[in-house]
Design a protein around this ligand. Sequence first.
Ligand code: ADP
Length: 152
Amino acid sequence: MKKVAVFPGSFDPITLGHEAVVLRALSLFDEIIVAIGNNSQKKYMFDLKQRQTWIEETFKGIDKIRTDIYEGLTVNYCESIGAKYLLRGLRNQQDFEFERSIAQMNRDLNDEIETIFLFTDPEYSAINSTIVRDIHRHGGEVSQFLPKNIKI
Ligand code: ADP
């Protein structure tokens, strides 16, 4: 059976850290869906369609990577598309504690979906979409933190 992984997030915006995790995971899966979880209660800086376009541009030409948008529980989305793996990146101890809780609760919700973690490359471990947004909001240059074709 095809091994399909979902890499869920807000990608507000996608960063070099996200890109590296997905590229490194390519050898583990037949297909990776970079999926934007859309929460109508949450405010985003960048428009949903714009965020998806940036993801498409980042992975252009790589057939094994697709993008999608979903609402609701991530495990339900995984089940609906037949994905058995959830891919997450780990940067530091805070990520670890937070991600552990999410992974355990997701497992309680659906024990057929396995969360797979990759440690981020050290050079990307400080990159964080929230900080990228703050820099951008205050007029700073953020291109050094973003995949090479992304111009904000
Ligand atoms: P959220 O909005 O839920 O925090 P993000 O879109 O920021 O989600 O991140 C999605 C996934 O990417 C998470 O697993 C997060 O840990 C991971 N991630 C974010 N930034 C990096 C980075 N610099 N290196 C590796 N993984 C990262």
